[in-house]
Ligand binder design. Structure first.
Ligand SMILES: C[S@@+](CC[C@H](N)C(=O)[O-])C[C@H]1O[C@@H](n2cnc3c(N)ncnc32)[C@H](O)[C@@H]1O
Length: 287
């Protein structure tokens, strides 16, 4: 058995109307990806000035009927129908999670056994981002490992903590004060579960805004999308005592993101790449 997804790339100004047509056509749900709800790294986002709507239908006939209706009413929309195999997701997602070894760290799902010589973290991703195996996460884990090796006991702020993977890794590697924040309450709850499951204590996890987090941190980590990083630049820099590490940035976005942070008075450190993804680092002058 499968369900059928109708994907609609549509100009921004027509997205709301197109979504209501999809609901009227009997879909069971519509995912919207637009400037206000950009996709997570690795997921296709909308072209500039457009939104993507993904509507789920029980039968191919319904999806095709909706496609025909939209094609007539929205001539600028690009439409495609794909079968989505019905799987037991509670089992299927496990196949996609691989343990990751980065420096001293090993991060893997609870059903894998870590090597005895590693500093290990078991992370159950559920509905949050951050299993360790995404290039953006492993680029950050590499930075956490090398920073903590050079600065044991340092303070760490993890902005967009997701599963808590970076904050927990920092603490396990000997960080002092560790704070992880995320705008998504589900992620925060899950990060807390992961902290408990790994016996990691003393990590402050919450959905506080940066303005609500007091103080500066030796190391600030932010693995979020490029546009959010640029928006958060003044607040991220204000919290940076020594080093700021950014990920979630695609190769073509490096120059713009870098410019936004250099404009805040930081100096640039090396940029590292993994596939299409970049990790940027910056330092506070005179530290
Ligand atoms: C790519 S995930 C990173 C998760 C984890 N830190 C890692 O490196 O794997 C980005 C996270 O940032 C969160 N986020 C998005 N915008 C944010 C914001 N303005 N402030 C804090 N967190 C944000 C999302 O909810 C998501 O959990």
């Amino acid at each position: 058995m499968a369900s059928f997804a109708l994907t609609v790339d549509v100009p921004d100004e027509e997205a709301e109307l197109a979504a209501s047509v999809l609901w009227d056509a009997g879909c069971s749900g519509v995912e919207v990806r637009d400037a206000e709800a950009p996709p997570m790294p690795g997921v296709r986002g909308p072209a500039p000035g457009e939104a993507i709507l993904i509507a789920c239908f029980a039968t191919e006939a319904e999806a095709e009927a909706a496609r025909a209706g939209l094609a007539a009413d929205f001539p600028r929309a690009r439409l495609s129908v794909q079968a989505v195999p019905k799987e037991d997701w509670s089992v299927a997602w496990r196949a996609h999670i691989r343990p990751t070894r980065v420096g001293r760290l090993w991060v893997g799902p609870p059903w894998e056994t870590p090597p005895t010589d590693a500093v290990s973290l078991h992370i159950e991703p559920k509905m949050a981002f951050g299993t360790g195996d995404h290039p953006t996460t492993s680029l950050c884990l590499e930075a956490v490992d090398s920073y903590l090796a050079a600065h044991p006991g340092c303070s760490v702020l993890d902005v967009g903590t997701g599963t808590g993977v970076l904050a927990l890794a920092a603490r396990k590697l000997g960080a002092g004060r560790v704070v992880g924040v995320d705008t998504d309450a589900v992620s925060v709850a899950l990060a807390q579960e992961n902290a408990e499951a790994n016996g990691v204590h003393g990590v402050e996890l919450s959905s506080a805004t940066l303005e609500e987090v007091p103080g500066r941190f030796n190391l600030v980590l932010a693995n979020i999308l490029a546009n959010t990083l640029v928006e958060l630049a003044p607040a991220l820099v204000a919290h940076t005592g020594h080093t700021l590490v950014l990920a979630g940035v695609l190769r073509p976005q490096v120059a713009d993101v870098s410019k936004a942070f250099l404009a805040q008075g930081l100096t640039a450190g090396p940029v590292a790449f993994s596939g299409d993804w970049a990790r940027l680092s910056f330092h506070r002058r005179g530290t």
